[in-house]
Design a protein around this ligand. Structure first.
Ligand SMILES: NC(=O)c1ccc[n+]([C@@H]2O[C@H](COP(=O)([O-])OP(=O)(O)OC[C@H]3O[C@@H](n4cnc5c(N)ncnc54)[C@H](OP(=O)(O)O)[C@@H]3O)[C@@H](O)[C@H]2O)c1
Length: 282
């Protein structure tokens, strides 16, 4: 079975560059996750309390028979649980639902906090202190953030001790936040991209379709390969085993520099997920 290349985090841990996304949007498929683990060599799975599938994922992992120490499991802390004590409770509850004793990566899901009467910065700093302690205790092998922009990261740098190991942000051909990627790289924060297929919307773009023909690959493989060649950790989601297999077959070819640049010019700043959006909508 193929092994995916890793990206080394600032604490020397290695995260597989390609993971499998899960979410409430589009449903959860137990059979697809078991297939990914057993047949495709997937060892990195991304989830979140918000997605409501941590318990289902626990069952899929257990049925797959893949030992815990061979897996990279990321889950996320929802803003409704921000705060020192509630963050710790939420992390333990996520571990319980996932059936694990530790997490490989725990992320603050959004920079917005929504705590009445308190500044977002204060709440983020207090919450981050809880994550730092859980990192020190080994409950979380790595800690990070998601959807954080440069000002959020700068504030956290002033307020916290541990530099986030990862920032997980929307990244696909139509959304290429290069200044943020470069800032993260300078600061030792690994950049992880979500929605690598633009939720499927990139798959019928004429350039992506043309490149798929040129390389004898699918449009989805072109998008995922483009993220990986940009050294971006990426977590496409599919509920269909045959698509997961396809999405994992991205290591046997290379996009030419000129084609990387052509996809690089598709950036329109289109965002599928808006800052603050899931606080009330999902
Ligand atoms: N941190 C955050 O705030 C945040 C936000 C959004 C997402 N995420 C993470 O990122 C993961 C991926 O994001 P996403 O699911 O929104 O978007 P995505 O991976 O860009 O796209 C998923 C969509 O593409 C379809 N698809 C997948 N593979 C395909 C293929 N080979 N051919 C044709 N269609 C294909 C899927 O449908 P089928 O299921 O029918 O195959 C699904 O509709 C999520 O699961 C989640 O873990 C994080």
């Amino acid at each position: 079975m193929q092994q995916f290349p890793d990206v080394e985090l600032s604490n020397r841990l290695k995260i597989p560059i390609l993971g499998l996304g899960t979410s409430h949007y589009g449903g959860y498929s137990h059979d697809a996750v078991v297939y990914a683990l057993q047949q495709c060599g997937v060892r990195h799975i991304d989830t979140a309390k918000r997605y409501g599938c941590e318990e289902a994922l626990s069952k899929s992992i257990s049925e797959s028979g893949v030992p815990r120490d061979q897996l990279w499991i990321t889950t996320k802390l929802w803003p409704g649980d921000y705060g020192y004590r509630s963050a710790k409770e939420a992390c333990r509850a996520s571990c319980q639902r996932l059936g694990v004793e530790y997490l490989d990566l725990y992320l603050m899901h959004w920079p917005d906090c929504g705590v009445p009467g308190r500044s977002n910065r204060d709440v983020r700093a207090e919450t981050w202190r809880a994550l730092e302690e859980m990192y020190d205790e080994g409950l979380c092998r790595a800690i990070g953030v998601s959807n954080f922009l440069i000002p959020h990261l700068e504030e956290l740098k002033e307020d916290g001790g541990v530099v986030p190991h990862v920032n997980q942000v929307e990244f696909h051909p139509f959304q290429q936040p290069w200044p943020l990627v470069e800032f993260c790289r300078r600061e030792g924060v690994a950049f992880e991209g979500y929605c690598p297929l633009a939720k499927g919307q990139a798959l019928d773009h004429p350039l992506i379709v043309a490149l798929a023909h040129k390389y004898g690959r699918s449009a989805s493989q072109i998008c995922i390969r483009w993220s990986i060649q940009n050294r971006i950790i990426t977590i496409p989601k599919s509920t269909k085993p045959e698509r997961i297999r396809e999405n994992c077959q991205v290591f046997g070819f290379t996009l030419a520099d000129g084609d990387m640049e052509r996809v690089g010019r598709l950036h329109t700043d289109k965002k599928l997920i808006r800052l603050g959006y899931p606080l009330w909508n999902g």
